[in-house]
Design a protein around this ligand. Structure first.
Ligand SMILES: Nc1ncnc2c1ncn2[C@@H]1O[C@H](COP(=O)(O)OP(=O)(O)OP(=O)(O)O)[C@@H](O)[C@H]1O
Ligand SMILES: [Mg+2]
Length: 334
């Protein structure tokens, strides 16, 4: 990871009392469990909470990293903010509008203000469309004039550092890093207020990853957008974000400004997660031992927790604000 630039120095974090872009309140998302012979026999409930009672705010121009191990619900929460999923409980507010239960027709205007960048850009690009078509299509759908479309496609390519002749190429003719630049250019075509990047640099080689991360950072500062950066890589989170939210089995257990969270994590899970970082570069935290039932009573982390006390078995701890912009769900923090 690039460590030539200290975390979060490129721009000043917007304080959370500034107008919020995203305000997720008490959101729960349930999925159906796959039915197997074993689940039928053991009378396992037919659904589980992939995201449980989550609160997450994103200020305008803020970069929030959502971190946690595989299966902790990061993508599900991201897709719920985009209203690709409708939550079972709770509220999703975007730009002051409650979008929790909007229908698809009403969501179209909202979706123009949001964009998603995936881990694998090839999967989001049509292999039979040139890069020009990929970039121009969102503008055409939005009803932009043809001359405007040309200018904007050119400007977008320049902004993400691609040559203009990339317009005539097809996705398979580009490298992974170039493709991620195209995906980013496309995400920015309609000037969104929010970009959700879901493991957007995870598959790239380390050297390319630094370039793309820097590009994300530069664009974010230039265009004043908010980012939700979903990543299991804590180095990426530390490098890119203003604030970090830590998830464990569907629960957000701690959120805080990147510097204080990395310097003084409070939740025992955050502490364990950060202890997996070493200086050798890449890290894929794998701390999970055993399977946690997200619907069982008590704290979600109690089985693994070295600081467990009697109360932890009773109910999952409520989320409290422990310092400015720092929240915690723990009865016995460190
Ligand atoms: N569409 C779906 N239907 C049923 N279960 C799902 C669906 N999507 C995700 N899940 C389950 O919900 C839980 C959370 O998954 P999610 O993809 O949000 O995790 P994640 O934190 O993004 O993981 P990763 O780091 O591996 O991408 C997992 O147990 C997953 O198997
Ligand atoms: Mg995911």
């Amino acid at each position: 990871m690039p460590d030539d630039r200290p975390a979060a120095e490129a721009h000043v974090a917007a304080p959370l009392h500034a107008p919020l872009l995203v305000d997720v309140q008490n959101v729960t998302v349930r999925f159906r469990r796959k039915r197997t012979f074993a689940t039928l026999l053991s009378n396992t409930p037919t659904s589980f909470r992939a995201v449980a009672e989550a609160d997450l705010a994103i200020a305008r121009q803020e970069v929030v990293a959502l971190v946690g191990e595989s299966g902790s619900g990061k993508t599900t929460l991201g897709r719920t903010i985009l209203r690709l999923y409708e939550p079972n409980e709770g509220v999703v507010v975007f730009e002051g509008q409650d979008i929790t239960h909007l229908r698809e027709r009403q969501l179209r205007a909202v979706w123009r203000r949001m964009a998603l960048v995936f881990q694998d850009p090839l999967s989001s690009l049509n292999p039979r469309h040139t890069i020009h078509t990929a970039l121009a299509t969102p503008l055409r759908i939005a009803g932009r004039a043809a001359s405007d479309v040309e200018d904007r496609v050119k400007a977008a390519l320049q902004r993400v550092g691609l040559p203009l002749d990339a317009r005539g190429r097809y996705p398979h003719e580009l490298s992974g890093g170039q493709l991620q630049r195209v995906a980013l250019a496309r995400a920015l075509m309609l000037s969104p207020a929010l970009v959700i990047a879901d493991e957007a640099v995870s598959k790239l080689d380390v050297s390319v990853r630094s370039q793309i991360l820097n590009l994300f950072k530069d664009l974010q500062a230039d265009l004043n957008i908010s980012f939700l950066f979903i990543t299991h890589d804590l180095h990426v989170a530390r490098y890119i974000s203003d604030r970090v939210a830590v998830m464990f089995f569907g629960r957000i257990v701690e959120t805080g400004p990147v510097r204080s969270l990395f310097r003084a994590p409070r939740h025992p899970y955050t502490r364990a997660l950060l202890a997996t970082i070493d200086d050798r570069g890449e890290d894929t935290p794998q701390l999970r031992r055993g399977v946690v039932d997200p619907d069982a009573p008590g704290c979600i982390y109690q089985a693994q927790c070295p600081r467990r006390i009697a109360r932890c078995a009773e109910a999952h701890p409520p989320t409290t604000t422990v310092e400015r912009d720092h929240t915690l769900a723990c009865y016995n923090p460190g």
